[in-house]
Design a protein around this ligand. Structure first.
Ligand SMILES: *[C@@H]1O[C@H](CO)[C@@H](O)[C@H](O)[C@H]1NC(C)=O
Ligand SMILES: [Ca+2]
Length: 223
């Protein structure tokens, strides 16, 4: 009975939002299991902006954030295609590639993607530089979403592939259910004040860690 109570308490603690300001997730090891499952506050998305910062020295394909629904394994996915040196943006199983990103290893990169379902237009912002505004798809992301950092979902909540796992650090993950203005994105890129995400809010993040993923301070240089 005590054990059950304790387990319940731990489970509820894990689900309560945490302020991760100044922190990062460290994915220190290549596995096909370790990941962070994020709880989003919305289940239906007709527009979206996703921003995050990441740091890695991987020289292979990897997912940066993978959101699936029951019927769409790539409902919203940011993926580095190493063979073609392209940053891929998937929405509702459709994909566009950006071939101009200077995705240097061992460097923090700020990456934002926007998508609007009415026009179907998507845009990538990479380290402050906007892409051309390209058509990806119209439609709606709906149903139960599962959002994962560290692994790429081939099926809803699973189908992970070691060769697509993320190894490195990830921080400042925010998602909005609307497209941010260029000004707001620039503020995010410059680490100035911006409106936190209303779908994923790094300052009030609900998540669950599965396997070896550490929460560490982001500061990595001596001042
Ligand atoms: C994000 O979290 C912070 C800290 O809890 C809170 O002040 C803010 O209102 C939240 N923003 C949104 C849009 O949920
Ligand atoms: Ca895959």
């Amino acid at each position: 009975m005590m054990f059950l109570l304790l387990s319940l308490m731990l489970a509820s603690c894990a689900a309560s939002p945490q302020d991760l300001s100044g922190k990062m997730f460290n994915f220190p090891q290549q596995t096909k299991t370790a990941h962070v499952k994020l709880t989003t506050s919305r289940v239906t998305l007709t527009s979206a902006t996703l921003c995050h910062r990441s740091f890695t020295d991987l020289k292979r394909d990897h997912a940066l954030l993978s959101m699936s629904t029951q019927s769409q394994s790539n409902a919203f996915l940011i993926f580095w295609d190493n063979a073609h040196k392209e940053m891929e943006h998937h929405v509702i199983d459709q994909k566009i590639e950006y071939g101009w990103c200077d995705y240097k290893p061992n460097t923090w990169h700020s990456i934002c993607t926007t998508w609007d379902s009415t026009s179907g237009i998507a845009q990538l912002w990479f380290d402050g530089q906007p892409s051309s505004r390209r058509f990806i798809t119209t439609g709606t992301i709906s149903g139960t979403t599962i959002t994962v950092l560290g692994q790429e979902q081939d099926v809803h909540g699973g189908g992970f592939d070691l060769q697509q796992s993320f190894v490195g650090m990830m921080s400042d993950v925010h998602m909005w259910d609307y497209t941010l203005s260029a000004c707001e994105i620039q503020k995010y890129m410059d680490e100035l004040n911006f409106t936190p995400g209303n779908v994923l809010n790094w300052s009030a993040l609900e998540f669950q860690i599965i396997g070896r993923v550490l929460i560490e301070n982001k500061q990595m240089t001596c001042h």
